[in-house]
Ligand binder design. Structure first.
Ligand SMILES: O=C(O)CC1=CCC(=O)O1
Length: 96
């Protein structure tokens, strides 16, 4: 199942900088693990914002939920999830 996930990262101005760098490194490692597995298919930065738009390919809603809960930066995120399905005109067989 495919989902568009929009993540806005909001870090309190007085949050410990070293701790935040640790969380960012952990987030990057988790992202790259999921990207290699094909689960986190795409990510784009939203220009001018500490936000991204991502496409996830997961088994079901529960798997996406568990992944989101596992993200090190999750406590700082506002997240919007949109379920996607294949467009009938798509040339890509894996759009489902
Ligand atoms: O930088 C972000 O938008 C948050 C994030 C998601 C994956 C990653 O490496 O950083």
């Amino acid at each position: 199942m495919l989902f568009k996930v929009e993540m806005d990262v909001n870090v309190p101005i007085d949050f410990d900088k070293d701790k935040f760098e640790e969380l960012k490194a952990a987030e990057k490692a988790r992202f790259q693990e999921l990207q290699k597995a094909g689960t986190w298919r795409h990510i784009w930065r939203v220009v001018g914002q500490y936000s991204n738009v991502s496409i996830f390919d997961v088994r079901d809603n529960s798997q996406l939920h568990d992944i989101m809960m596992s993200l090190p930066l999750y406590p700082f995120m506002d997240v919007r999830v949109t379920a996607l399905c294949r467009h009938p005109s798509s040339l890509h067989d894996d759009d489902r």
